[in-house]
Design a protein around this ligand. Structure first.
Ligand code: ZN
Ligand code: ZN
Length: 309
């Protein structure tokens, strides 16, 4: 099984787009990449815009080789309604757009399916679904909350198993903070697990208790499953201090011989937290030690709506 993170926060823009190739099937999970509309009250820097373009080209060309395209939920960093033609001739597994979904994502899901038109060969609801391709099993979790409650809607996790290898992609669980996230992950028995991590850069929207819970869930997974590689990325990479915050996970990884790394490092590339460093890209520093001194957690995440995607 070959797992290739195509775009990720550690590669410079918001995404968890991942290509998984087995001898039986090629699956592209969450083909999209976006930029945080505001960080430190700043709009995306030209460097980030250039990076987003590069990463989107990578996703678009990977889509050509994929048989299956999946969408975990309807935030724009996980699906791209502007490029429905990448679904041409593919089998599409899409998060249910009617049930277990919040209003904004229900509207986006409807618009997306309308945009897809006849491009996909077939569309299936992902939630709780399963399909075998020769010796490869593709399975989706039931809808699980996008975070510590369902205010931001629901996501599906993706599990791909072939031979002794099991890859699990959590999509946006913001942690994982909930018991139901943990139960699915423990049952899934991943060998390679890709997690989005707690949202420590927005403490006003993500109370510290959920970081604590997420850390203890990750430690439990490291201790009780056969996971060999833990990829941490997406939300947690929006925090410059993420390595310090994730220190217990790094230590447990060492203890249990589990590689803990970012999507960039997994792909053999340098870590570039462009959004977390947007202030520096513009030539100043918003960290507590910096001249402005308002702290790295300032700044909303979305246009008017301060909630994460
Ligand atoms: Zn996301
Ligand atoms: Zn999301």
């Amino acid at each position: 099984m070959k797992i290739t993170p195509l775009a990720a926060d550690s590669l410079g823009a918001r995404s968890m787009a991942t290509l998984v190739e087995t001898p039986d099937v090629t699956v592209l999970i969450d083909p999209s990449v976006r930029l945080g509309p505001y960080r430190y009250d700043l709009r995306p820097h030209p460097t980030e815009k250039g990076r987003q373009k590069e990463l989107w080209q990578r996703i678009r060309s990977a889509a050509k080789s994929a048989n299956v395209l999946t969408v975990s939920h309807y935030h724009y960093d996980h699906h791209n309604p502007d490029a429905p033609s990448i679904f041409r001739g593919k089998l599409a597994f899409l998060k249910d757009g009617k049930f277990h979904i919040n209003r904004s994502q229900r509207e986006r899901a409807g618009a997306f399916v309308r945009a897809l038109k006849k491009y996909p060969k077939e569309i299936q609801v992902a939630d709780g679904n399963q399909m075998d391709f020769g010796g490869t099993e593709l399975l989706f979790s039931p809808a699980l909350p996008h975070g510590y409650n369902d205010e931001l809607g629901y996501v599906v996790m993706t599990r791909i198993a072939q031979g002794n290898e099991v890859f699990v992609h959590t999509a946006d669980v913001l942690g994982p903070p909930l018991k139901e996230h943990l139960s699915f992950l423990i049952d899934a028995q991943p060998t390679v697990l890709y997690v989005d991590g707690p949202m420590t850069h927005m403490p006003d929207h993500y109370p510290a208790e959920h970081t604590k819970r997420s850390l203890s869930h990750l430690l439990r997974i490291l201790r009780t499953t056969n996971v060999r590689t833990l990829i941490l990325d997406h939300h947690i990479l929006r925090d410059r201090e993420w390595r310090t915050r994730m220190d217990p996970v790094f230590r447990a990884g060492k203890e249990h011989d589990v590689g803990v790394l970012t999507a960039a490092e997994f792909a053999g590339k340098p870590v570039e937290q462009l959004e977390a460093n947007r202030d520096r890209l513009y030539g100043f520093d918003m960290s507590p030690k910096g001249i402005s001194g308002t702290g790295p957690s300032e700044g909303g995440d979305g246009e008017g709506a301060p909630l994460p995607e």
